[in-house]
Structures are given as structure tokens and as C-alpha cells.
Write a protein that binds this ligand. Structure first.
Ligand code: SF4
Ligand code: SF4
Length: 180
């Protein structure tokens, strides 16, 4: 068997219980992404934000994820220790319905890029409380894509089978394969 190409997957594990809301992660992230680098420090530019509830001693780091073109129709509502949080409070998306994870001057969406070019994400390095832990693993390149394609194929086939019946689909596949 030939060598399978590998890719490195990086994950940041968040231990909410260890976060004390110091916001060092927000500071370093915004400084790293300033133009020029480290020329300014504005947590509104950070790709990580800390939801802070000092009276309840609750601090939840949330990373900026994908840009959403439109608001989603289904919303999440969290209740933690009896307190209900606003809809979308923990959402990672930069979305038209709110100001979070948007570049303050231009409104452009912000997304965590794992501090591209750095050996270790800077928020992880600067978190003195081990609330953010970097984990890496190797995966065969293409695994994810192949399994997504297989899933799409199955969904498509199931829809066809529902519409025309499995026997007709099998007949059609047989006819097509004979043509080749
Ligand atoms: S640096 Fe660590 S402890 Fe401080 S706010 Fe960020 S995640 Fe929490
Ligand atoms: S990994 Fe880098 S880009 Fe992502 S939130 Fe942390 S400091 Fe910001």
C-alpha cells in the first residue's frame, strides 16, 4: 500500500471551569491581528470573546467561526445554573443579526485562523490558567471529503428510492451499466 497523505488537525479544548475572565486571550488575539501586527490592542477585533458573568463567577470563551450570509431560522437558548442566556449568546458565527465577530471599522467578518504562521495559537500561549489547551491529531487527507461525498450520495439515492422505488432504481442502474 502507498503512503497516505496526512494532515494535521488542530483543536483548542476549552475548560470553562478554569477560565477566570482575565481576557488576556482577547488582548493578544487583537494585537496579533492588528495592522501592522502588535501596533494596537482592541478586544473588539479579537477572534475569541469571553462571555463574562462576574457575579456568578462564570466565564465562557467562544471562538469566531464561519461567516453566515443570513440569520438562521432555528435559534439556540441555553440555561446554565438556572440562568437563561440570550438567543445566539454562544454562537460562533459572524452573522447579520448581531455585532459580534465583526471588524469594528469595516464590519468585515472575523474568524479564528489559529494564528496562522505561529507555532502555537497565541490565546493558548497567553492563557495562564490552562483554560485553553491545544490538541493536535493526524488524519488521512481526504477522509473527511470522502465521507461527506458518501453521505451526499446516500441521501440522493434514498430520495430517488423514495420517489421511484428501489426496484426501478436498480433496473435503471443495470441499464446504464450495460450501455458503458
Ligand atoms: S486568557 Fe484564559 S483565563 Fe483569561 S479569559 Fe482567556 S481563556 Fe479565560
Ligand atoms: S487561535 Fe489565534 S486567531 Fe484564534 S482566537 Fe486564538 S489568538 Fe485569535
Amino acid at each position: 500500500m502507498g503512503d497516505t497523505e496526512k494532515k494535521i488537525i488542530k483543536t483548542i479544548r476549552i475548560d470553562v471551569d478554569k477560565c477566570n475572565g482575565c481576557r488576556a486571550c482577547e488582548m493578544i488575539c487583537s494585537a496579533f491581528h492588528a495592522e501592522p501586527k502588535y501596533s494596537s490592542n482592541n478586544p473588539a477585533r479579537s477572534r475569541i470573546r469571553i462571555i463574562r458573568e462576574p457575579l456568578r463567577d462564570l466565564y465562557v470563551p467562544v471562538y469566531a467561526g464561519e461567516y453566515a450570509v443570513a440569520e438562521c431560522a432555528g435559534r439556540d437558548k441555553y440555561t446554565i445554573d438556572g440562568k437563561e442566556y440570550d438567543e445566539c449568546a454562544f454562537c460562533r458565527a459572524s452573522c447579520p443579526s448581531r455585532d459580534e465577530f465583526k471588524e469594528p471599522d469595516s464590519g468585515l467578518p472575523l474568524k479564528c485562523d489559529m494564528c496562522e504562521g505561529e507555532e502555537e495559537p497565541l490565546c493558548v500561549k497567553w492563557c495562564m490558567h490552562d483554560a485553553l489547551i491545544l490538541e493536535t491529531r493526524e488524519e488521512a487527507a481526504g477522509d473527511e471529503e470522502a465521507s461527506e461525498e458518501a453521505e451526499d450520495l446516500e441521501i440522493g439515492l434514498e430520495a430517488l428510492a423514495d420517489k421511484f422505488g428501489l426496484a426501478r432504481i436498480q433496473d435503471a442502474i443495470e441499464r446504464i451499466s450495460k450501455k458503458d
